[in-house]
Ligand binder design. Structure first.
Ligand SMILES: [Zn+2]
Length: 74
């Protein structure tokens, strides 16, 4: 049903692991009238532990990065 694109980590080149997907609603207010709701795919890099997200292009995700780091103690 939902297809998730595959990416390689821009930092280290390893394949990113899809974490989850959210549907953005009204996040892009300036263009909301012309833009339909779009899924945001979240990824983790298993190699360098960097968090990424993909909406229209692949970007670092500092919010999840911080959350992950603060919860990273096992
Ligand atoms: Zn990486």
């Amino acid at each position: 049903m939902s297809s998730v694109p595959d990416f390689d980590c821009p930092d280290c080149g390893e394949p990113l692991v899809h974490a989850h997907t959210e549907i953005s609603s009204g996040a892009f207010r300036t263009q909301a009238a012309s833009m339909p709701q779009m899924p945001i795919h979240y990824y983790d890099c298993p190699e360098c532990q960097t968090c990424w997200k993909f909406g229209t292009r692949l970007l670092p995700d500092p919010v999840r990065q911080i959350a992950r780091d603060s919860h990273g103690q096992s």
